[in-house]
Ligand binder design. Sequence first.
Ligand code: NAD
Length: 482
Amino acid sequence: MSTNALSDLTIANLIGGAWTAGSGEPIDVLNPATGEVVARFTASTDAEVDAAVAAARSAQPGWAALTPGQRSAMLHRLTDAFEDHLTQLIELEVIDAGKPIEAARSEEFPALLDAMRHFAGTARVLSGQPTGEYAEGVTTTVRREPLGVVAGITPWNYPLWQAVWKIMPALAAGNTVVIKPAENTPLATTRFAQIADDLLPDGVLNIVQGLGSNTGRSLSQHPDVNLVSFTGSVQTGRAIAHAVAEGPKRAILELGGNAPVVVFDDADLDRTAQTVTEAGLYNAGQECMAATRVIVSETVAEAFTHKLLELVRQVTVGDTFDDKTVLGPLISGRQRERVEGLLARLPGHATIAHGGVRPDLPGFYLEPTVITGIRQDDEIVQEEIFGPVITIQTFTTETEALHYANGVRFGLAGSVWTRDVARALRFAKDLDFGNVWVNTHLIVGPDLPIGGFNESGYGKEGGALGIEEFTRVKQVGIQITD
Ligand code: NAD
């Protein structure tokens, strides 16, 4: 394990340009690949959250007064510095989030750098309605303005990714930010805040550390926060929706999912099995859009399952700093027990065709797991799995396939696999999910609006809509006749 990455990092709060330790309870950060404590910090109290929001509030008019070009230039400089520190940021993410280093190096972090560049540029391209005479003698113009102070509350599965997708568009639109990382994965986001501290005006980006139950709650309830951008569980999303209702203020809620992968008998089964293996086990399945819930035509179910098992058996589980490792650990002992609980409660008609056990490794690993014989009412279909588990359920008719796919409370993502264009279009229309793919899965990017329906939350991240979420619209009518 690389320990250098940790050497110049102290987990603390950044409030108005000053770094201070929280005065609340101590919290240990573990490496999920070893179970060892790698860092320790103290949580923020209500008073520290208050100070961070006040710092963001007082910095906001000055930040918003910059021209879009000036803000964009600063965010581009931050992006350049991010690129200069890429190796360290990757290692920090490997250490506390348990990511296999090769996937972080070749996929996640290049995509994150690309997102930084995209968001830095969007400061200059906010859209608006045309100015015109919509009433006789009155010219009306529409101004798009920043909201003020944005609170970002991030999860542990993509710690820095989620922070960047909240911080960058919020700042691009002229808001200031208070970010609270997940208590078990604060390393890379804290390093990011250190880098930003050297480049942005004081108070533009603030960070508070601590547990969700107090620091997160205090931030989301704060009356001087204008919008809470949250990614995480449905349960916490609900708590945040209640907190913002009190304001009332706005929220973006990116919550859980259990994405269906509907496979018809005319699909390219090799390609489908390959994608399900990759997109189902990526980040140890701790991915809200993971390709976990296969719903396959009964006529090809056996052939598909055989191909999938062949691939899953070849997945290398191991040390996160080993380039060959594909599957890393789950984030914590608690998360592994949660997934094992779902496996232990499987009904009699289900079969664990592969995995389901802990490998002989330290840390919080679970073997890649494939379960067959699943039915629609099973807990493992109806709940988010958030582990390296792929379930296989069969269907006989197209109507049944759609009914199974949509028959969950979530509405985040899903895919359909078929060579029949009309059927693909029918599913694109009828799947009740905010992100739908045909013959592929898990294609996301900062140019595209990500977001769920139903219990997966509301609001969009990315694309033009993702920037507009961080703005408010004001109409100004001006009498132009004497
Ligand atoms: P969580 O939702 O509790 O935590 C996410 C973030 O919210 C963390 O920063 C946490 O400190 C904060 N938080 C928690 N309670 C809060 C509150 N009352 N007010 C404000 N902030 C609060 O997630 P978890 O407990 O770490 O994981 C539980 C389950 O959530 C997982 O098993 C998984 O199913 C799901 N999850 C989903 C995602 C996703 O991207 N959709 C991410 C993480 C976890």
